[in-house]
Design a protein around this ligand. Structure first.
Ligand code: ADP
Length: 258
């Protein structure tokens, strides 16, 4: 997979000589393969709910159903269409991140308000099934509020979605060296070490069943990584099977509001 790819051209040269031109196209070949894989993945991810949707549609059209049964089919169809909507929404978020100008270095993002709001969202998603704690000890950030909200929000909602009822989730924003660290820790199932390096790839899931069940698209951590790196922040994942997970983002001093 990581072989070098060379392109070789033999060109006519002055006086009947030949010139051999060798170029290393490994990088562009790799990009091309990534692009092809991505298109194939998107098609596959959208085709599955679409197939289910058209199957139910045909049933509704052809079978005389009792109202209760009809409603059940409609609910299942709504579920599939929601899933497609989430995938398309996440794809749009990713493409916006890829094409918009770098986040401003002068715009102040009020961290206490942002994190309080994300904690309330997490409590709504948890519906009382988890204990959620928040500690805010560092100051405000400089950057794009919408991108930071989506980075932190995705990490927090993952903790809620993957941690079974009765679990604990700790959100923290603390000084670290001259910079600051945002972290979300949970005492959920944890992640096998073999999966960790690939989690931020688009559509990569360590636990497909749980991802589907909880409305995952497999794009959340790709969005997180992208939004963070646009703010010069680094994502770290510390987890092991059975030992919970800790996702943290490390911001350099230049991103902290004076
Ligand atoms: P998804 O939409 O499937 O949640 P993400 O990109 O957000 O996609 O996450 C990728 C995978 O990482 C998930 O499918 C899941 O297997 C794993 N994961 C993410 N967060 C956690 C967590 N807090 N605990 C356990 N596994 C997690």
């Amino acid at each position: 997979n990581d072989e070098q790819v060379l392109s070789i051209h033999v060109l006519p040269y002055a006086g009947g000589e030949r010139l051999m031109q060798v170029r290393d196209v490994t990088q562009s070949e790799r990009l091309d393969r990534m692009r092809r894989d991505f298109v194939a993945n998107v098609s596959h991810e959208l085709r599955t709910p679409l197939t289910v949707l058209s199957g139910f549609l045909e049933t509704l059209r052809e079978l005389p159903l009792e109202p209760a049964e009809r409603d059940r089919y409609l609910a299942l169809m709504a579920e599939q269409s929601d899933r497609m909507q989430r995938i398309v929404q996440d794809l749009l978020t990713l493409s916006t991140l890829e094409s918009s100008p770098p986040p401003p270095e002068s715009e102040r993002v009020a961290m206490p308000a942002l994190l309080e709001k994300l904690k309330r969202d997490a409590e709504a998603l948890s519906a009382g099934r988890h204990q959620i704690a928040l500690v805010v000890e560092a100051g405000d950030l400089l950057g794009a509020e919408s991108e930071l909200t989506s980075a932190f929000g995705n990490l927090i909602s993952n903790a809620v979605r993957y941690t079974p009822a009765g679990g604990h989730i700790a959100i923290a924003w603390k000084p670290q060296g001259r910079g600051a660290e945002f972290s979300v820790s949970d005492d959920g199932p944890g992640i096998d070490a073999a999966h960790i390096p690939r989690l931020t790839e688009r559509f990569y899931r360590a636990d497909l069943g749980r991802s589907r069940e909880t409305g995952g698209t497999g794009l959340g951590l790709a969005i997180v990584k992208h939004a963070l790196s646009r703010h010069q922040a680094r994502l770290e994942i510390a987890s092991a099977l059975g030992a919970g997970s800790r996702f943290s983002a490390h911001f350099p001093p230049a991103r902290l509001a004076p």
